[in-house]
Design a protein around this ligand. Structure first.
Ligand SMILES: [Zn+2]
Length: 309
């Protein structure tokens, strides 16, 4: 058909009527090409009408609509445990107070009764910034600030929590950045038995009844007497590992009766007593999930993190 049409076109004279005749014959509505064009046009119109009928009604834009798919990522296990711990203490009347991560030397050491030659003052143990600013190594510095600010509202029950930093060689038990939560009860009649109750309640609620907590005396500069709470080391099932230094038990908390000098530094009345209990959240997680190295919680390995979300 194409070759014949071309041959006819070449054979046409230059007269316009001849060319019009050829055009009608081969490109006009009755030609093969014309009929094909007409059929295609009609088919396209039909498909457009069909598509218009099946198109769903457009919804108005709703800026409050939440996406149905879940965004990637999730909460870090330390943050999840912190929320859980805060809920636990809130049920007993403890409220969360703000606590700065940058502290001065007075609140970090002097007012807490840390001796001038105590090793924790050394740059080999504590991170220092310019101007005498200390990257806090514990949350107890904030305890003093809260006590001083609220000493007229006794009795007080509060919690301070967040990251702490120590210039240490990272290992299964220690890391340069860890998270501490410190629960404090202050008022007339507060005793060591209150501290024991706080420790036992926390361990039972967070680690369960088989954690086997045991209290032992331990010295800290800001408490007198001081104690530590050890629990059964689950990663090694108490047979001994690097996390528990072969002892089968791991210290997860420390505290005691606040020293009179600390209460005086916060200008609390003389008859007031107080207890403080500081919890190492990474160690609690290590025991709870039987992980033998707390450095896992700094690695941000998605294979680990995905198991907590
Ligand atoms: Zn162990």
């Amino acid at each position: 058909m194409t070759d014949a049409a071309l041959a006819e076109l070449r054979a046409c004279s230059a007269a316009p009527e001849d060319l019009t005749h050829w055009e009608n014959r081969h490109l006009g509505r009755r030609s093969l090409l014309g009929r094909a064009t007409q059929e295609l046009t009609e088919a396209l119109a039909q498909r457009r009408a069909q598509a218009a009928r099946s198109e769903p009604a457009r919804r108005p834009l709703d800026p409050t609509h939440l996406p149905e798919s879940r965004p990637p990522g999730g909460r870090h296990p330390v943050g999840l445990l912190l929320d859980e711990a805060l809920r636990h203490f809130a049920e007993s009347g403890f409220s969360l107070r703000e606590s700065p991560q940058l502290e001065d030397r007075a609140h970090s050491f002097d007012l807490l009764g840390v001796a001038p030659d105590h090793p924790t003052r050394s740059p080999a143990h504590t991170f220092y910034a310019e101007g005498g600013v200390v990257l806090r190594g514990h949350t107890t510095a904030s305890v003093l600030r809260v006590l001083a600010a609220h000493r007229t509202e006794l009795p007080l029950r509060f919690v301070v929590a967040g990251p702490c930093h120590r210039n240490t060689v990272p290992g299964p038990r220690f890391v340069t950045q860890f998270h501490q939560l410190e629960a404090v009860a202050v008022g007339p009649g507060v005793r060591m038995s209150d501290l024991k109750g706080m420790a036992a309640g926390f361990v039972e609620d967070i680690l369960g009844p088989d954690a086997d907590p045991r209290l032992r005396f331990r010295s800290f500069p800001y408490v007198s007497p001081g104690l530590a709470v050890d629990v059964a080391c689950r990663p090694c099932r108490t047979t001994g590992c690097d996390l528990c230094r072969g002892s089968g038990r791991l210290e997860i908390m420390g505290g005691g009766l606040l020293a009179p000098a600390v209460l005086r530094a916060a200008r609390c009345p003389d008859e007031v007593r107080g207890v403080a209990l500081a919890v190492s959240l990474e160690r609690v997680l290590a025991v709870r999930h039987a992980l033998g190295d707390i450095r896992h919680f700094l690695s941000n390995d998605p294979r680990l993190l995905a198991q907590f979300d």
